[in-house]
Design a protein around this ligand. Structure first.
Ligand code: FAD
Length: 289
């Protein structure tokens, strides 16, 4: 725990262990499984390993992976009373939904302007419209907050961490709750600062600094574009959670294919391939997943 892995050791085409940044070597008797994003895996952990005749092509493709789709604002607001949605007038139980998406029917804005405007957020420059998502989990499990109080997770689309300086991100982070509340109030007028106890909205800059896996603050490690999805993820040659020519090395990180929604599923998919190869327990037999 907490150790900085510097290299994956490969001998005679087989992963034999890891080397930590302090020089400690740890032998792998059966296999090495990594949960680290493919870009770091190749550029750092396998930097001195000969990847065979296609090695240069693998490295070039991985270095060119897109990471600029998948950045979000993501954070919490703690408050006193639940949002009272105007929509309850005609949809009485809408406030009870597990997730609430706030938007309008202006598909043209969503298609043509929303992303552009969100990508241009700067200190003091926010789009008039945002499409907020909220999940107030205290509605379901009051243990998430003190008795009678609430906390919601909020999400809004953002852009790569490297597009702004640290100073700019700190200011954007400070301004975010004001703008999120301004939009929320259009749908639930009681969501004013008077109702708010505290807010902390993470930006892609925060996310990038939480884990090296979140490349440029991307929550999905690398982008989920069609060219980096399913059998193409991260690149077709590595889509079976292995690197051709390196035995006993498995890649379980979310930069591998994970199916819809759940990034951690890549670990299970990787296990499936290991189980097929080593004839281990196959939990998917007899069920759908
Ligand atoms: C804001 C946000 C919202 C998200 N929402 C969702 C969601 O709704 N659904 C969903 O499925 N996923 C979501 N995710 C994504 C999900 O949390 C991650 O994609 C998932 O945890 C990735 O799993 P992983 O196994 O690839 O890597 P991680 O869980 O990131 O584990 C990799 C670990 O390796 C460590 N590490 C990196 N480099 C080294 C090194 N050199 N040596 C040693 N250790 C190292 C990292 O610190 C980290 O602890 C979200 C992520 C974020 C940031």
């Amino acid at each position: 725990m907490g150790a900085d892995v510097d290299e994956i050791l490969v001998e005679n085409g087989r992963a034999t262990g890891i080397k930590l940044a302090d020089g400690t070597q740890i032998e792998a008797k059966k296999m090495v499984i990594t949960s680290i994003v493919i870009t770091q895996t190749l550029a750092r952990h396998l930097r001195d390993v000969d990847l065979g005749p296609s090695g240069a092509e693998y490295r070039r493709k991985i270095a060119k992976l897109r990471t600029d789709r998948g950045q979000i604002f993501w954070g919490h607001i703690a408050f006193h009373e639940l949002p009272q949605y105007i929509a309850s007038d005609w949809n009485p139980d809408c406030g009870q939904a597990r997730w609430i998406f706030m938007g309008d029917a202006d598909i043209d804005y969503l298609d043509r302007e929303y992303r552009f405007n969100n990508q241009h957020i700067r200190p003091g420059q926010w789009p008039e419209r945002l499409y907020l998502w909220e999940a107030t989990d205290t509605k379901w499990d009051p243990r998430y907050g003190p008795p009678g109080k609430h906390v919601a997770l909020l999400e809004e689309m953002a852009f790569p961490a490297s597009w702004r300086t640290e100073k700019e991100w700190m200011q954007i982070k400070k301004e975010a709750p004001d703008h999120f509340l301004r939009v929320w109030q259009k749908y639930a007028p009681n969501m004013t600062w008077d109702n708010v106890i505290a807010a902390n909205i993470d930006t892609p800059w925060d996310i990038q600094h939480r884990s090296d896996n979140f490349v440029d603050g991307n929550w999905g490690l690398i982008a989920g574009t069609p060219s980096q999805w399913g059998a193409m993820r991260p690149i077709p040659e590595f889509a079976q959670y292995q690197i051709p020519g390196i035995e006993d090395f498995w890649m379980a990180a979310g930069s591998g294919h994970y199916s819809l929604g759940l990034t951690g599923w890549a670990g299970y998919n990787c296990y499936k391939r290991i189980a097929q190869k080593l004839d281990l327990w196959k939990p998917w037999e007899g069920r759908l997943y």
